[in-house]
Design a protein around this ligand. Structure first.
Ligand code: SF4
Length: 260
């Protein structure tokens, strides 16, 4: 397997954006940020995240808060089921885990609102557990690095990409590596025309070597391609938004945009 970790992590260490949830290793705070980032742009999330953490600094504080207070702080962020699930999950953590955030994949997945991506992100970033966290950005980057052709919205292709994500994950910095893949997809390996000339992985990239970088990943579904035109580069991990982000033809290039 090619050594992707060294050049990618060196690039990440130099170029990663300074975001409030990157200044902590508290699984609770990382979980809150990951839920807020689902389908929401990073610059929009920052203020909400800071107000939320100030009001509910611990999982106990969130669990003990009235749901109305939680929803009030969520107002304007949309997708309110995320806030309800956060609140319910916090109560489960307090009731069933004594307030200690679970550190196993199965226990995390059992919490309301935590899917495959979020469990992987929390485990790898907060706990250093080598678990893939493959969002739309990471799928696009991995599909190009390994020249994975075929419809990236299909299960077989997705499974292959997740397997590769696990194979390339370094044991010593899995959380940084997952974040670096997503950051690369947000800033350089963007939909449409990626910035291969400034990419730290250009020498290791199969799609680039074969001139396929603008054709991979392939998303065949017409409705999804239409949605892609409207999708912002933030779509994190929920169904249609994720797929739309894969195919989005005119990506945001600004650093203020988030994971694209
Ligand atoms: S070389 Fe180009 S296509 Fe390959 S990972 Fe880098 S930006 Fe993406």
């Amino acid at each position: 397997m090619r050594d992707l970790a060294r050049p990618l992590l060196a690039w990440f260490d130099r170029h990663k954006r300074d975001l409030p949830w990157r200044r902590t290793s508290d699984p609770y705070r990382i979980w809150v940020s990951e839920i807020m980032l689902q389908q929401t742009q990073v610059d929009r999330v920052i203020g909400y995240y800071e107000r939320f953490i100030e009001a509910f600094p611990t999982v106990e504080a969130l669990a003990n808060a009235p749901l109305d207070d939680v929803l009030r702080l969520w107002e304007g962020l949309g997708y309110y089921s995320r806030a309800r699930n956060l609140h319910a999950a916090a109560q489960t953590v307090v009731r069933e885990h004594g307030g200690a955030f679970p550190r196993s994949y199965e226990a995390l997945r059992a919490l309301p609102g935590i899917g495959e991506y979020t469990a992987g992100a929390v485990l790898s970033i907060a706990c250093g557990v080598p678990t893939p966290a493959v969002d739309a950005n990471a799928i696009r980057v991995l599909a190009r690095l390994f020249a994975i052709e075929g419809d990236a919205s299909k299960g077989q292709v997705r499974r292959r990409i997740t397997e590769l994500a696990l194979q390339v994950l370094p044991a010593d910095r899995p959380g940084d590596f997952n974040q670096a893949l997503m950051e690369l997809g947000a800033l350089i390996c963007i939909p449409g025309r990626p910035g291969c000339l400034i990419c730290p992985l250009t020498d290791a990239c199969e799609a680039r070597a074969r001139g396929l970088q603008e054709r991979i990943p392939e998303v065949k579904s017409r409705p999804l391609q239409q949605l892609a035109a409207r999708a912002h580069d933030e779509a994190r991990w929920v169904g249609v938004s994720e797929l739309a982000a894969l195919a989005m033809p005119s990506p945001h290039r600004t650093l203020a945009g988030m994971l694209g």
